[in-house]
Design a binder for this molecule. Structure first.
Ligand code: AMP
Length: 301
């Protein structure tokens, strides 16, 4: 039995197949298309994007592509979990209509030195994750731009879990005049608050037990700043110290950043006794490593 029959979803493995499907199933009959770009190893977080796309659009396309150019040389591109069979099943179950699974060689048909890239301005890309993952957002913006051009959806759905990525994509779509509307959706969490992520499966049992501290820290920040009128500066200092002392000798968080930012511009914001005015909207963003596993999360307050 072929894969298509088993999962009853159309799998476009090439750009030409994806374009033909779009033409036949969407353009010719005046339907609307929602698009969910992913790197696969789908979980309930991805599922929530597919379900919302299904609600808002007639048809839904999901892409599954582990994008080599958004990984740094010492990152997890090779070992990133690839689970196509299970992913196709989940897409079918959630009512997606097409899954696009291009090859690296087709999407990047030229040597990288001869390729074109999409660079979103540094004010959005050189801070937070961008500081620790040089070239990452260039890789993300470039692949999403390619996928937008191939799929030509009316709406594309992204998770707020990758908050900086969402803003980068929104900015790219606006600056480059994509007709596709970029929609951000809330983070889906495990029962203990840990943001769902394909990388959570790298965590050992002990690391997994410690990981929800990240969301606890964000929740504590929200309570201190919004309910207890503690300044952002003080609350962040406490949070950074708390994160340092939690865990045991061999199992400690390695904090990359914990900042308060404007949710639209990602400008760092603060307040203290001298400067007590509180910004009306704040997003707290964090990235921390547990040994080799890098976890990110954020909370808008
Ligand atoms: P990825 O496969 O990790 O590249 O993610 C594909 C899309 O799913 C991105 O828009 C992510 O922000 C989104 N996503 C990942 N994890 C979650 C989550 N826990 N909740 C909501 N969306 C998520």
């Amino acid at each position: 039995m072929s894969q298509e029959q088993k999962t009853s979803i159309f799998q476009a493995k090439t750009i030409a197949e994806a374009r033909l499907w779009k033409q036949r199933e969407i353009a010719l009959i005046g339907q609307t298309l929602g698009f969910v770009p992913t790197m696969g190893n789908l979980h309930r977080g991805h599922g929530s994007l597919i379900a919302e796309a299904k609600k808002q659009c007639d048809k839904v396309a999901v892409s599954i592509f582990v994008n080599p150019i958004q990984f740094g040389p010492n990152e997890d591109f090779e070992k990133y979990p690839r689970t196509l069979e299970a992913d196709l099943e989940l897409c079918t179950k959630l009512g997606a209509d097409m899954v696009f699974t291009p090859s690296v060689s087709e999407l990047y048909s030229r040597a990288l030195e001869q390729s074109s890239f999409v660079d979103v301005p540094e004010e959005l890309t050189n801070k937070l994750c961008g500081k620790f993952r040089p070239g990452h957002f260039r890789g993300v913006a470039t692949v999403v731009s390619k996928l937008f051009n191939i799929i030509q959806a009316h709406k594309a759905f992204f998770g707020e879990k990758d908050y900086q990525q969402l803003l980068v994509i929104k900015r790219m779509a606006e600056d480059l005049n994509y007709a596709c509307e970029v929609i951000g959706l809330p983070t889906v969490r495990e029962a203990d608050g840990l943001a769902m992520s394909s990388r959570n499966q790298y965590l050992s049992a002990e690391q997994r037990e410690l990981a929800p501290v990240i969301f606890q820290i964000l929740t504590q920040l929200k309570i201190q700043v919004r309910e207890q009128n503690i300044s952002i500066k003080k609350a962040l200092e406490t949070a950074r110290t708390d994160l340092k002392i939690v865990g045991q000798d061999k199992l400690k968080f390695d904090l990359q950043y914990l900042d308060a930012c404007d949710p639209n511009t990602l400008e760092i914001i603060s307040n203290d006794a001298q400067n007590p005015d509180l910004h009306p909207e704040i997003v707290f963003l964090i990235a921390a490593k547990l040994n080799e596993v890098r976890l990110i999360d954020n909370l808008k307050v």
